[in-house]
Ligand binder design. Structure first.
Ligand SMILES: *Cc1c(COP(=O)(O)O)cnc(C)c1O
Length: 439
């Protein structure tokens, strides 16, 4: 399998190159040069497949520079019962039925209780594998406004040959998020920057472009445009589908709460390789550039607006380039597969309240955007609505809606009692460089 860049200046890359480069040197995003097909026998027997078996089957189609037995080890470690809590037969991504035709697929049983664990854990272990081969060391630098940093830190924690530096804005992440970023120790260094998220991002970019520190490419960014993060997200589409096939349900649609649209893109590729999915619903909050494109054929990126589903506050989604590539820049082709629906803040609150009252199921703010969009879609067949975070992660927004405290799960309680360890710096490149040289 080879990969090319959506900017078309680069092609013929192997998975390993794509994994370490992240963004292609021409500024484009990597895509596979062809779409291999899922084996018919495998599809016919889908109902009996475990998550790990699905992951290996799909992984093999896109990665031919890791031997199968090593790929299996990477998968077993990434999605091990030590990292994802026991959630019964649907481990690690169980379905919960919340209405006649809507099933929620819970993607938050991993260490940081958000779906980004799937991508981060697979990518980090794949990187660790290649680094062991070459005996090289890699330094990852990430800027975070909260959640991405903790998924990356948790994903890379204790992976040999990798050091991680997390830059976060002082005083601008929640207490819980700060604890999730600063209590790892080991190969994870938290750097608390006296500035805003944008300052952190700028510093990270400056390091990546710094001739002295990064002349030989020791640093990488591990950000969400990496195909190595997107690939493992295909696994849970197929696994969710498999769980319904087991119940005798065959006409399945997916609803995806979207920000940078990596999650949705993974689903679109799963369909391209032969998973017989009906429609996709691209659910957004009021940051609705993609639904607008689907309705008008015109793409108008703009600054994001703040909402209570803040991980989806994106005004110019990075993976839109991949979506355009998949559909030949043609909105008319795209709407054959995707319905775009944007959901207001008020609708989000009401959906959390209604679903909690009617079925006693508590949605987080992001997952509620998806459920509302699924309800509005006009689709009568079954819809799997992806649930991307545990509600406790957004309890400040959710508790007033339901008028109740949300119990903090044991796993997070432990973190709250741990000691914060962060290196404080001013918003200053030289100070940061000093830390990177010494640590
Ligand atoms: C990142 C994130 C999203 C958006 O996912 P994309 O792949 O960027 O579209 C949705 N919900 C939560 C909780 C997230 O952290």
């Amino acid at each position: 399998m080879y990969y090319y860049s959506t900017n078309k200046q680069i092609k013929g890359k192997k998975f390993k190159d794509v994994l370490f480069e992240g963004l292609a040197p021409d500024g484009g995003l990597y895509m596979p040069e062809n779409f291999p097909s899922l084996n018919n026998k495998f599809l016919a027997d889908l109902a009996n497949k475990s998550f790990g078996e699905i992951a290996l089957e799909v992984g093999k189609l896109f990665i031919d520079d890791i031997p199968e037995k090593d790929l299996k080890e990477i998968i077993d470690d990434a999605f091990s019962p030590d990292a994802f809590i026991d959630c019964g037969e649907g481990f690690p991504a169980p379905l919960v039925k919340i209405s006649d035709n809507i099933y929620v697929e819970e993607l938050w049983h991993g260490p940081t209780m958000a779906f980004k664990d799937f991508g981060a854990r697979f990518m980090s272990r794949a990187m660790g594998y290649f680094l062991r081969q070459t005996k090289k060391e890699l330094k990852i630098i990430v800027a975070t406004s909260g959640d991405t940093g903790s998924a990356v830190a948790a994903g890379f924690y204790n992976v040999p040959n990798i050091k991680v530096y997390i830059l976060y804005p002082s005083g601008k992440v929640s207490d819980l998020q700060e604890k999730q970023l600063t209590t790892f120790g080991g190969n994870i260094t938290a750097v608390e920057v006296n500035g805003a998220f944008d300052d952190c991002q700028k510093l990270a970019k400056q390091i990546l472009g710094d001739k002295e520190l990064n002349g030989k490419g020791e640093f990488s960014s591990a950000n969400s445009i990496n195909f190595g993060r997107l690939l493992p997200q295909m696994f849970y589409y197929i696994f969710g589908f498999a769980q319904l096939v087991k119940k005798g349900i065959k006409d399945v649609n997916f609803c995806v709460p979207s920000g940078n649209f990596g999650n949705l893109t993974a689903g679109l590729i799963a369909k391209r390789i032969g998973l017989p999915i009906g429609m996709f619903i691209a659910a957004t909050n009021i940051n609705d550039v993609v639904p607008e494109y689907l309705h008008t054929g015109v793409y108008k990126p703009r600054p994001s607006q703040k909402t209570m589903s803040n991980s989806m506050d994106v005004g110019n989604p990075s993976n839109f380039a991949r979506m355009l590539d998949l559909y030949e820049n043609n909105a008319k082709l795209m709407v054959k597969d995707i319905i775009g629906i944007s959901v207001t803040e008020e609708e989000t609150s009401r959906t959390i309240g209604n679903v909690y009252e009617k079925v006693g199921y508590l949605l987080d703010t992001h997952s509620a955007v998806a459920v509302k969009a699924a309800q509005e879609s006009g689709i009568d067949d079954v819809i799997i609505s992806l649930s991307t975070a545990h509600p406790v992660k957004f309890k400040d927004a959710i508790e007033p809606i339901i008028g109740k405290k949300i119990e903090i799960p044991g796993k997070l309680k432990e973190i709250i009692n741990k000691q914060k360890k962060a290196l404080f710096i001013e918003n200053n490149l030289e100070e940061l460089k000093n830390i990177l040289r010494k640590n």
